[in-house]
Design a protein. Structure first.
Length: 120
C-alpha cells in the first residue's frame, strides 16, 4: 500500500510482535536507505523523494520466527568436596521454581538431572 508523504527523511518503525525478530531492512532504490537500520529497535530511516508511483520509495522489513523459550528445563546440582568436607557426606539443597523441592547431593558428586519449570 503506497502512502503519500512529504519529501524528506522518514523513520519507519515496525511494532514489536511476539515470536518475530527483525533480521533485515531493505529499500528500493537501495540509495533511499539512510544509514544502517537499527534492527534491535526495529527502525530504519529512508529518503522520500518528490514524484509519483514511479519515484516511490519501497521499504521491506524481513523477520524470522523466534521460538518461545522452553517452559521446562533440566538442572543438575553438584557438590564439590573441599578442605574439611568428607567425600560422600550428604548435603541438602532446595530447588525453588513454581514448587520447592529438596535435593540431596553427596560431596564429590552430582544429583541426577531434575526437570524444572522455568520462571518463579
Amino acid at each position: 500500500m503506497a502512502m503519500q508523504l512529504s519529501a524528506g527523511t522518514a523513520t519507519v518503525t515496525e511494532v514489536a510482535r511476539t515470536g518475530a525478530q527483525l533480521v533485515g531492512v531493505a529499500a528500493r532504490p537501495t540509495s533511499r536507505l539512510v544509514g544502517t537500520p537499527d534492527l534491535a529497535n526495529r527502525t530504519a530511516n529512508v529518503q522520500i523523494v518528490e514524484g509519483d508511483l514511479a519515484s516511490q520509495t519501497i521499504v521491506t522489513f524481513t523477520n524470522k520466527n523466534v521460538p518461545p523459550p522452553p517452559k521446562n528445563g533440566l538442572v543438575k546440582i553438584c557438590k564439590k568436596a573441599g578442605p574439611g568436607v568428607k567425600p560422600g557426606s550428604t548435603f541438602t539443597f532446595t530447588l525453588a521454581t513454581r514448587a520447592t523441592r529438596s535435593v540431596d547431593v553427596k560431596a564429590g558428586s552430582c544429583s541426577s538431572p531434575r526437570r524444572s519449570r522455568s520462571g518463579t
